[in-house]
Design a protein around this ligand. Structure first.
Ligand SMILES: C[S@@+](CC[C@H](N)C(=O)[O-])C[C@H]1O[C@@H](n2cnc3c(N)ncnc32)[C@H](O)[C@@H]1O
Length: 298
């Protein structure tokens, strides 16, 4: 399925906010500056997705490449479990958070965990790993099939034959939904006096896209307000399309599992799964976890 490109990433109230002449308003990347901390912090609170990925790496010490490592959520978990991990990302602010996370590890674990800046679409380290991982729906952020092809080529180039590429992604439409918009206000700071982030998700099966929009007002102690607008867009990909894209780079048909994020949160928190259903966006969302083995011809 190749989805039509959307020229305007802002929708609903975010499109309106973008047009307003608000003082100090900046449209910024989600992985830089204010949003690297906001988004990175939110992502770091969600750890249940890492369990499936880490299980695929197994208990014996392995050499792992974590592409699009972000704040090092996955890399540090794997290094702590005994693996030797190289985490790569192209956003300096995300890597800075990853380095701070690494500094909190014991010296022995930190020595097994390396972070560096790199573009995963052109990467060629000249060495191979037992596993290549991509977490946090990173694969879905590559909207253009040509970019996903370069990404999977990078994975194949860095895997030993028989090694596995392990990742999660947003699957194709999973039900008779599929045009939804949700909005939520997230207060900043312990009392909410630090401002707020208005977060919205727009999910469209027709476009094969899920778009997240964020509008932040950060209020300083002197009352000055910084305003930031950001977005990210995720491609919905069917298992069949993904298998075909992977096969083109020598991967065997992938093992995949559809999971409900509410079930993952229930596992992480030990709470009843019903605590995470009936509340909108999560009810309709599924994550698909995939492991694809590289054939010996590459
Ligand atoms: C959705 S975040 C996931 C981060 C992390 N894997 C996690 O699970 O929290 C995607 C990450 O991919 C990085 N990224 C996007 N394009 C990239 C590229 N071409 N090369 C390297 N990193 C890239 C972004 O900077 C961001 O940190």
């Amino acid at each position: 399925m190749s989805a039509p490109a959307r020229a305007e990433p802002f929708f609903g109230p975010f499109a309106t906010l973008r047009m307003l002449p608000l003082p100090g308003m900046r449209v910024v990347d989600l992985y830089e500056g204010f949003f690297a901390d906001f988004y990175g912090g939110m992502a770091e609170n969600f750890t249940a997705d890492l369990t499936w990925l880490a299980r695929r790496v197994g208990p014996d010490p392995k050499r792992v490449l974590d592409l699009c490592c972000g704040t090092g959520r996955l890399s540090t978990v794997l290094a702590t479990a005994g693996h030797t991990v190289t985490g790569l990302d192209n956003a300096p602010a995300m890597l800075a958070r990853a380095e701070r996370r690494r500094a909190r590890l014991s010296a022995e674990v930190a020595a097994r965990c390396t972070f560096a800046e790199a573009d995963v679409l052109t990467l060629d380290l000249g060495r191979r790993f037992d596993h290549v991982l991509l977490s946090g729906l990173s694969v879905s952020t590559f909207l253009d099939p040509a970019d996903r092809s370069r990404l999977f080529a990078t994975a194949a180039r860095h895997l030993n034959p028989g090694g596995t590429l392990v990742f999660d992604h947003l699957p194709g439409p999973t039900g008779p939904e599929e045009h939804r918009e949700e909005h939520d206000v997230i207060p900043l700071g312990p009392t909410g006096a630090g401002g707020f982030v208005l977060a919205g998700t727009r999910r469209s099966a027709a476009e094969g896209r899920q778009t997240a929009n964020f509008y932040a007002e950060r209020i300083g102690q002197d009352g000055t307000t910084d305003r930031f607008l950001s977005h990210n867009v995720l491609a919905m990909l069917t298992a069949e399309d993904l298998d075909a894209e992977l096969a083109a780079h020598g991967f065997r048909p992938a093992v995949g599992e559809l999971l409900h994020p509410g079930a993952l949160l229930a596992e992480q928190t030990g709470m009843d799964p019903t605590a995470f259903t009936g509340s909108g966006e999560l009810d309709h969302m599924r994550l698909r976890f995939v492991a694809a083995e590289l054939g010996s011809r590459v």
